[in-house]
Design a binder for this molecule. Sequence first.
Ligand code: BGC
Length: 268
Amino acid sequence: MSYQPLKGQKALVTGASSGIGAGVALSLAQAGADVVINYASSAAGAEKVVKEITALGRQALAIKADVSKEDEVAAMFKQMISAWGTIHILVNNAGLQQDAAFVDMTLEQWNKVIGINLTGMFLCSSLAVKEFVRRGMQPELSRAMGKIICMSSVHETIPWAGHVNYASSKGGVKLFMQSLAQELAPQKIRINSIGPGAIQTPINRSAWETPEALSSLLTLIPYGRIGLPEDIGKATVWLASDDSDYVSGQTIFVDGGMTLYPEFARGG
Ligand code: BGC
């Protein structure tokens, strides 16, 4: 059997019906966790992930909720806690892009992206932290009272023309995560982020689906390949496990070197 550092722990992954979230949910289950698969619209996608997880002998539960809506998030936590008793690991993964040149960007596009990518993290983290504190320590399961992993992006530091709403949401995630980590570390709650680079998922299909697009994308990735959801899944397992018990308030970039200013490899 594979290494199971999360055995007995209950995890919630938002936006887990496809892409990075689905990969993360599967990696957490392989590491021993039972996983709630939150989804906004694709019940079929969520059910597929549930089936893959139950085939591993772990429990999985698909729960529909729009993470930007307080009542839906509250209902999701209620359902999870009444089914499984508590939550140990929250992965704030749900996110989307609504790209536009700034002159054309509407308030609706701005609010949608900030609502899901940033406010969604606030709403889910708020209920997760309340439950961690209510439950208290469970030293037989983990040295931490709870763990939150925020799916940020390389665009929490790399500015992104044409994506001002998205980059602003991820810049917000950076200080949301760090401030929360600073506030909650004394209670043994660890909050960290992962900053994925280009990962092959539906969100950035146009960047990899033709050979021309892929080769132009690869000029931004020193390591010379596009990332896969399991690259992010493995990092998430580490941040959720006691192997990273002394890590708090950090963003781990999993990006093949995208944050290394590859355009400066020659010249400058
Ligand atoms: C975006 C992707 C993009 C990647 C690298 C991610 O946060 O969602 O669309 O390919 O950053 O730029």
